[in-house]
Design a protein around this ligand. Structure first.
Ligand SMILES: Cc1ncc(COP(=O)(O)O)c(C=O)c1O
Length: 426
């Protein structure tokens, strides 16, 4: 914290650009924590919030409901094959806590004793305790290890850091075999929890083809609930509305957040299939219902802007547009790889991770005395770009509706920033 003795204040933002109190402009390369879809100050979304605030700004979801939340639940179910009901919360971590509670309680509700949770190494599902437990990233959560409940963790194939002598396909098979071996011996596993399509905060690890699908099949075979986190990767980030459809891996429970409201208000949702939902339905004294609720659950302002956002996805054919615009990243692969501190580039849709190393052969992560994030923030600011790195990885996660021209500009500014930062990070 000593490094950050003062912070720049963002006072306004328009389109892809953030403006601070001194008038500096920065292109928003991380979509304001990976959630912004249409750019800032979008008139349609602003109008929606204003109009809804004149009708109903908030009422609880205890005993009663509201129109925007009901409408949103309908469209979330329509866009999510296999899902049956929606449970609202106001941030991604809570949505995952809810997913875990639903999964564990399901087995109790049907009178079976399954209590363990399986995950993949290096996942990230948020910073609350349950989310930390299922998404253990050692650097983030190490200090709380003793307080976190135990999970069964399985390795993830990472093409850049394969064990010696392995091809990606060998290693993928080995990872899957490990899961099957455990599943076949241990029938106490309640759920398998993983990010859908890629691990984002864990270092932009894009799963090889078939990995997620095979895990979903193993879950079916061994009667384990399959729980997916699409908070960072769904809603078009990786080039499709739901990653689980692209990965052919229908979950029992799935969570959305971040881009759900276009990045305008805070809201998240946990969806469950009929099998899971039905287990919660009983007489009052059966106590099968889920004891979980937040003050702002189903907030009508957030729900109305989410409805407008989803409508805009359809009207603007955003997913097709993302698939086209994201090709701009590919034009820069060579130029980025030529920078000698770049070890690897991982890219899918509107997500790119650039891994920085001091030694390309040994793949040694850069590890300067000052935080890499701070160095990149400051140099980025000079180059007119807002960057936030994760460890030694430069994250590019722009607003989805960014134009090709703006994305070109974002990538050029990123390349200049990596070059300018070189002398400070090695
Ligand atoms: C995959 C994933 N799940 C959950 C979360 C937690 O969401 P929130 O920060 O809204 O609590 C994040 C946040 O980055 C995430 O990337």
């Amino acid at each position: 914290m000593k490094e950050w003795n003062s912070f720049d204040k963002i006072t306004k933002a328009k389109g892809m650009w953030l403006v601070d109190s001194k008038g500096h402009k920065m292109i928003d390369a991380v979509a304001s924590m990976w959630c912004n879809v249409w750019g800032h100050s979008n008139p349609q979304l602003v109008r929606t919030i204003t109009n809804q605030s004149k009708k109903l700004q908030h009422s609880s979801m205890f005993n009663i409901t509201n129109e925007p939340a009901e409408q949103l639940a309908d469209s979330l179910i329509k866009m999510s094959p296999g899902m049956h009901k929606v449970f609202y919360s106001d941030n991604g971590s809570s949505a995952m806590e809810i997913a875990i509670k639903i999964a564990l309680q399901y087995w109790k509700n049907i009178g079976e004793k399954k209590t363990e949770i399986a995950t993949v190494e290096n996942g990230y599902h948020g910073d609350t305790f349950g989310a930390m437990a299922v998404g253990y990233v050692p650097q983030f959560f190490g200090k709380f290890k003793k307080q976190l409940f135990q999970t069964l963790q399985f390795p993830v194939p990472n093409n850049y850091r394969l064990p010696k002598g392995y091809t990606l396909s060998d290693y993928q098979n080995e990872c899957l075999e490990k899961i099957e071996k455990k599943f076949s011996k241990n029938n106490n596993i309640a759920a398998f929890v993983m990010e859908s399509g890629a691990q984002v905060a864990g270092g932009v690890i894009i799963y090889p083809k078939g990995f997620q699908r095979k895990i979903s099949q193993l879950c079916k075979k061994y009667d384990v609930l399959f729980v997916l986190d699409e908070i960072a990767t769904g809603f078009g980030r990786l080039g499709s509305m739901t990653q689980y459809q692209e990965q052919k891996s229908i979950p029992d429970i799935v969570a959305y957040g971040k881009m759900l409201t276009g990045g305008y208000l805070t809201m998240a949702a946990t969806l469950a299939n009929k099998k899971v939902y039905d287990s919660f339905s009983g007489e009052f004294n059966d106590w099968k219902h889920l004891f979980h609720g937040h003050t702002y659950t189903g907030n009508p302002l957030a729900a109305s802007v989410a409805n407008e956002n989803i409508d805009m996805y359809k009207k603007n054919n955003l997913i097709k547009k993302v698939q086209k615009t994201s090709k701009v990243f590919e034009k820069y692969y060579d130029e980025i790889s030529e920078i000698d501190i770049v070890g690897d580039i991982r890219h899918k849709g509107m997500l790119m991770g650039i891994e920085l190393v001091t030694d390309r052969k040994k793949k040694t992560p850069i590890h300067p005395k000052k935080s890499i994030n701070k160095i990149f923030y400051e140099i980025g600011k000079k180059n007119g770009i807002y960057l936030r790195t994760l460890g030694n990885i430069v994250m590019l996660v722009p607003p989805l509706a960014i134009s090709e021209k703006e994305l070109n500009s974002l990538l050029t500014r990123t390349i200049k920033t990596i070059q300018d930062a070189k002398s400070q990070v090695i």
